[in-house]
Design a protein around this ligand. Sequence first.
Ligand code: AHN
Ligand code: ZN
Length: 339
Amino acid sequence: MGNKLIVLLGVIVLLLFSCTEERVVEPIIDKDPVVIDKDPVVKVAAPLFNEDSAYQFIQDQVNFGPRVPNTKAHIACGDYLVNKLKGYGAEVIEQKGQVKAFNNAVLNIRNIIGRFNPQNDKRIMLFAHWDTRPFADRDNKNQGKPIDGANDGASGVGVLLEIARLIQLQKTNMGIDIIFFDAEDYGSTASNIAANQMTDDWCLGAQYWAKNPPVKDYRPRYGILLDMVGASDAVFPKEYLSMYFAQNVVEKVWKKASELGHGSLFVNQEIPSPGITDDHRYVNILAKIPSIDIIHYDMKEMDFGSFHHTHEDNMSVIDKTTLKAVGQTVTEVIYQEKP
Ligand code: AHN
Ligand code: ZN
């Protein structure tokens, strides 16, 4: 009796298995071949960042001469930036204002904002400063003369103009704002400042923007600042304030860089670099937009490169490999952000 029952159960089980096997085969034929976004492996194909183009945008800015507030070169370069952004289809807002520098000079400043897809409420903010330092206080000659600022000024803007060009060619799912801040580099000479002491005489354009918001209820998901992103042998350690305010964005960007083979530039050191007074400080603290800084900083030398704030910061330090690494990384991050 027991044996027969076991055999019967066995037959039932076999029948059930054969049924499920048939059922597995059938629906595959009807399966929708469209790949759904849920698969984390499937990434939006981002356009190719052209480093020659970015290089040319840097050269164009340097050709105007030093972009020091209250000079003709500054006005001419500002006009150029507005026209470039408009030409790539951005809605442009020019925020003009006056700020007082550490030496009491009144600076006529101009923050330039290019809005792509302005009606989209899911947004990312990309920013860089476009002014250049009025003196070469770290040089040993011609300290009183303004610098070319090929790396410190033009490089971040050049990379972002190339991204603007790409956005016109291929739509992003997120709305993108490209902001060129003025008067970042008019701060008092570093040697006058005690180590680690934060002063508010840098980043005057970003502070003005945060205190006088030109767009109501502006709440982008996050911000990425590009500062000194064009030199050969650049290294970008994770920076302290970026880690404090926007660690997830830092990890996203550094992971993307490493996937693209740029891990030797976007270094993964154990201790972050010291907190750097840069435009992202005020975007984080005053505007409360979580923001990171991609900035060249040599941890061993504790320096922004030997050419920093000297006349050596000219076109000869600009390296297309660095531009490509930074540009392609940021491009993929913004194209692959899920709205
Ligand atoms: C200071 O040296 C105070 N800040 C570094 C950020 C910077 C200077 N970016 C460009 N120039
Ligand atoms: Zn500087």
